[in-house]
Ligand binder design. Structure first.
Ligand code: NAD
Length: 357
């Protein structure tokens, strides 16, 4: 069975890091006879330069048909003065909304070899492996009505609406339970059910779903406590599920526990498990073209793609093990340099992962 992966390098360091992930994917494609066909397309600033739009129709058409998408990053100073509707980021948002990618999966993994890169004590974070499942297309960021209005008193009032339908909660809940089943079988649902009715409903639906997943242990935590627990004892978590705004904040907090943005992959999935996979970092224009960017977040995003959209767990694990091996060998790009490490370039790191497979 042949499956198509659309590669979207984007801008800045995007083409450099996607090239390394592509090398690694080619190798596992061969090793495990995955039958993957690769295509590439334009998005973001690169698409603006070539076709005067951040999301060309051709890219969107091919994205819709692809089984999975691997994206580098978009944006950069060259396009910063463009009006909002023509900014590179619109390409990314257009893909997310057109493909209805409502489930954002962000692991925060701290490889023991990099424990000293974290701002927390090594014993608190070493071996950390948590996954945050964030609802991405609903909640307060999209709720209507919204705006700034003039009150009769003459004062102005800004307002937003925090709303989730039962169906929206159920579909993100299912992704979270199923993901927990594939991991440590522990799910913590984060809400503010002591104050917000919308999250009272959220909690009720999560409890309801629990009956369908008896092998998963479900717990609930208020968001303020979750923020605290993430820095106090992060290893207590396996999978966390939460709404759009809480997830936005908590996933950045969890990411920073690991100390290096160059190591963090992410996935955004729709109900058909079609997904867009990308590193958590941006296009890093400050280091673009220098051959020093860390390609590991993108390579690990490719592993997530194999796991969640292409159902190729063995190949996913092979990549993750290869990454761990090169870290064991002491290879480090500049951003994760540790004492005694050997500094390597973007391509050297990609080649080393490929060789370690
Ligand atoms: P950034 O993540 O690009 O960079 C922040 C810092 O981390 C920089 O010092 C950069 O050099 C470093 N860094 C990032 N990735 C790295 C890697 N793989 N290896 C080594 N170092 C790395 O964030 P920023 O500087 O705020 O944004 C730069 C551009 O990226 C902006 O145009 C922004 O809009 C865009 N952006 C895009 C995405 C995306 O495509 N998903 C996400 C965030 C920012």
């Amino acid at each position: 069975m042949s499956r198509t992966v659309l590669m979207l390098p984007g801008d800045g360091i995007g083409p450099e890091i996607v090239a390394e992930a592509w090398k690694v994917l080619n190798k596992v494609n061969e090793m495990f006879s995955l039958g993957l066909d690769f295509e590439s397309g334009l998005v973001g600033g690169a698409a603006l330069d070539a076709e005067d739009t951040p999301l060309p129709d051709d890219t969107l058409d091919r994205a819709k048909k692809a089984d999975a998408i691997l994206l580098g990053a978009v944006g950069g100073p060259k396009w910063d003065s463009l009006p909002m509707a023509r900014r590179p980021e619109k390409g990314l948002l257009g893909l997310r909304s057109n493909l209805e990618l409502f489930a954002n999966l962000r692991p925060a993994i701290l490889y023991p070899q990099l424990a000293e890169a974290s701002s927390l004590k090594p014993e608190v974070v070493s071996g950390l492996d948590i996954l945050i499942v964030r609802e991405l297309t609903g909640g307060i960021y999209f709720g209507q009505p919204r705006g700034v209005r003039q009150l009769e008193s003459g004062d102005r009032q800004g307002y937003n609406t925090y709303a989730y339908t039962e169906a929206e909660i159920r579909r993100i809940g299912r992704v979270a339970f199923e993901t927990a089943q594939q991991r440590g079988k522990k799910l913590c649902s984060v809400d503010k059910a002591n104050v917000l009715e919308v999250t009272v409903l959220w909690r009720e639906i999560m409890e309801d779903l629990k009956r369908e997943y008896p092998d998963v242990e479900l717990s609930h935590m208020y968001v303020d406590n979750a923020a605290m627990q993430l820095v106090r004892a992060p290893k207590q978590f396996d999978v966390i599920v939460t709404g759009n705004m809480f997830g936005d904040i908590l996933s950045d907090e969890a990411a920073m526990l690991t100390g290096s943005i160059g190591m963090l992959p992410s996935a955004s999935l729709n109900s058909e498990k079609q997904g867009m996979y990308e590193p958590c970092h941006g296009s890093a224009p400050d280091i673009a073209g220098q051959g020093i960017a860390n390609p590991l977040a993108t390579i690990l995003s490719a592993a997530m793609m194999l796991r969640y959209s292409l159902n190729e767990e063995e190949a996913a694990q092979a990549i993750e093990t290869a990454v761990s091996k090169v870290l064991d060998q002491g290879l480090r790009t500049a951003d994760i340099m540790t004492e005694g490490g050997r500094r390597v370039s973007t391509t050297e790191m990609g080649d080393a992962v490929r060789a370690a497979l």
